[in-house]
Design a protein around this ligand. Sequence first.
Ligand code: AMP
Length: 532
Amino acid sequence: MSDKVKFQAIKGVRDILPPESALWNRVEQTAREVFGTFGFAEIRLPIFEQTDLFKRSIGIDTEVVSKEMYTIPDGDIEHIRGLRRSLLEWEIKFGDFGDAELFLGLAVTLLTFIRQAQEDGLTQFEDVGLHALGDLTVAAKELSDLISARGLSKDTDTWNRLISLVERIRLASDRLEIGEDMSLRPEATASVVRAYIEHGMQVMPGNVKLYYMGPMFRRERPQKGRYRQFYQIGAEVLGSSDAPGIDAEVIEMLMRLFERLKLKGAVLNINSIGDKNCRPAYVEKLRAELQKVRNELGADSQRRIETNPLRVLDSKLESEQGIIAKLPRIAEHLCADCRTHYDEVKRQLGLRGIAYQENWRLVRGLDYYMRTTFEITAPGLGSQNAVCGGGRYDGLVELLGGPAATKGIGFAIGTDRLVLSLQEAGEGETPGGPAGKAAGPDVYLAWFGAAAQSAAIGLARRLRDAGFVVELPAIEMKFGKSLGLADRLKARHAVIVGDDELAAGVVTVKRLSDGTQQKLGEQELFSYLRAI
Ligand code: AMP
C-alpha cells in the first residue's frame, strides 16, 4: 500500500475549532459593542501591503521587519526579473560576438515578454513603467524588423544598429520598475495610517476613531501565546488633537472591554517616553551609562547600545536586571510639555477610576513613538503575558507622507492571549453552555418515510425561523439509530414525525434528559419549546 499523504497546519499556525471559536466570537463581538459605544467604527484592511510601508513605519532595524516578515515577490516583478536575467545572458553571449542568430533569439524573447506583459495588464501600471515598456516594444519591433529585412547579415552597418538596439533594450529594461514586493502584515497600525492618508480622512470632523480585527503574521519562534499567524484587535485615534484626555479615554475603553469580558488580574502599566525635544538627550545619557557597563551586558544589549539603547530596558535577561535597575530613568528627563502631558494622562485615568502602575522600563524603540506608552498584562500566560500594547505615535502620519500636524494613539490586543487568559481563568463560558462542551441542538427532528420527510423539512424551517437550533437527518435512519444519534449530539428534544403522527396531525416530542414524551400539535410544540 502506498503511503497516504498527510497534511498538517504549518508550524506556528493553528486552527481555532468549535467550541473555542464561540469564545473568539464573543470576544470580538464584545469589542465591537464596547468600541462602538466610544464612537469607534470598524476599518477593514488588506492583509498584505507594500513591503516598504512596514519598512518605513516599523523600521528596517527592528526584528519584526528585518527577520520576521513574510515577504512575497510581486508576480509582476518576477516577470521583469526574468527578462533582466535573460538580457544579462544575451549580453554575455554578445560579448563573444557570437552568431547573429542570437539577435533573432533576443527579439523573440522580448516580443514574447511584451505580449505576456500586456496580457497580464502590466501596461496599466505607473507612467514610468508604461513608458519604458513602450520603449522596449519599439526597440524589440525594430530589432525583429531589421533582422527580417537584412537576414542575419554580418555587415558593419547592421551589426552597429543591432548593438545600439540591444543597448536601448537594456536601458529600457532597467527602467521597468513595475510593482513592488509585498508582505503579509505583521501589525495593522501602518495600514490604518496608510488608509487615513490615502482617503484624506483628515477632513473628517473631530478625531478619526477606527478599530480593526484580524490576523497578523510574524515569523517568530512559536511557543505558548506566540504564533506565526496570530490575531489582534486594535484601535487608533488619528487627528489634530493630542489632548491627554484622548490617551486616558483609549485606555478606559480597553479596560471596559476587559471588564466586560471578566478578564481578571489585568494590570495596566504606563509610562511616558518623551518626545523629540527631550528624548534624544536622555537616549545619549542612557547610551553613555550603558557604555560604562558594556562588558557586563549580553550580546543583544551590547548591540543595542549603538542601534537602540532604549530597547535595553526591555531586556528580560536575568543577569542584566541589576544593571538596568541603576540606569537613568526617562521620567526624570522629560521636558516640561511632556511632563504636563503625562501628569494630565494620569490625572484623567484617576478621574475614570482606572488603576495603573508606572513602569519606567516600558519603552517603544521606534522614533515616531512618543509620550504615552502602555501595556496590559494578564495572568495564566507564562512568559508571554502582555495581552495588549499601545502608545502615542504623533510622528507616524507625517513619516508616511500625511499631514505633518496629525497626531495618533492606538493599541493592539493579542486576541490569542486574551482568549487563553480567559480560558485559564474559567471564563471560557458561552451563553449556550460551557465552551468546553458545545450546546447540542434544541431539536433533533427524526423522520420516517417520504411523506414525513417532506413534513419535517417544512417544520424544520419554521422552527429555525423561530430561532431554534434544529438537526434534521439528511437520510432516513432506523428508529433506534436515529434516536441514538440524537443522544450523542446532546439534543435536548427529539421531535419524531412518522406516518402515525402525520395521520393525527401531531408530532411526538421526547425530552431526552428523562425520556418523557408527549404528542403535540405544531402550535403546542412551539409553546412547549419556548417555555423551556
Ligand atoms: P505589538 O504589535 O508587538 O505591540 O503586540 C501587541 C500585542 O499583540 C502583544 O501584546 C501580544 O498580546 C500580541 N502579539 C504580538 N506578537 C504575537 C505573537 N507572535 N503571537 C501572539 N500574540 C502576539
